[in-house]
Design a protein around this ligand. Sequence first.
Ligand code: URA
Length: 260
Amino acid sequence: MNIHSTQSHLFASLTAYLQDLQESGVDGIPVELMYAAEPVATPQPVQAKEQEPAEPVNEQQPTTKKVETLEQIRKDLGPCQRCKLGATRKNLVFGVGNPHARLVFVGEGPGADEDAQGEPFVGDAGKMLNRIIAAMELKREDVYICNVVKCRPPQNRPPESDEVETCVPFLLRQIASVKPEVIVALGTSAAQALLQTKVPISKLRSKFHDFHGIPLMPTYHPSYLLRTGGNSDSFWGVWDDMTQVLQLLKLPVPVKARKK
Ligand code: URA
């Protein structure tokens, strides 16, 4: 199955899932994915997003929306064996961070360290991502971090289209639950899976794309920066991308000078 037929299947299954939710009384998820039309007027801490009440104040009011919690989504995944990655993983890697973060990072899939610890981005790529987050003057616990697939692909190969198709609906539900103001897609797999495209990351990055009303910034994967080095063009390209993210969030942009 190629990536485009995978994506049509993915959206067909997501549509069916949303219809099921609607029939069972949940009417808020697609709307909740919409980015707030009004920009934030004043700088806000990245973790301090206003929350809607999880439960309706008055069950009779038709405008009340129920949003799944991350715990509910994790419970639904259970000891997942929906795709072939389930057979070889040690730990399912769901996601980590602030469940109401204004900023979500999406990577490709767990590596060996993440598989061993059950947490995304804890190995060498994770250290590089932590550097990026710290350079933004944010903390790892302020943001939410997850992956396109939740189980380690053998030999760290990119996830295959059937694996992405099976797992991405859960990622979309996580995003709908967190309701971030901005998403950063780390690397080719994340950017292509979320934006349903085959365009290379080098052409996608450096500008915002629309993801169901949420601005999405594709950027290079931290593993790529490990290969190119901490003062490379790609490293500074990522910093330019993160500068745009901070500006959109109306957060201070730290001044960083490139070494000559
Ligand atoms: N690379 C990813 O894309 N995700 C992780 O969690 C770790 C490495």
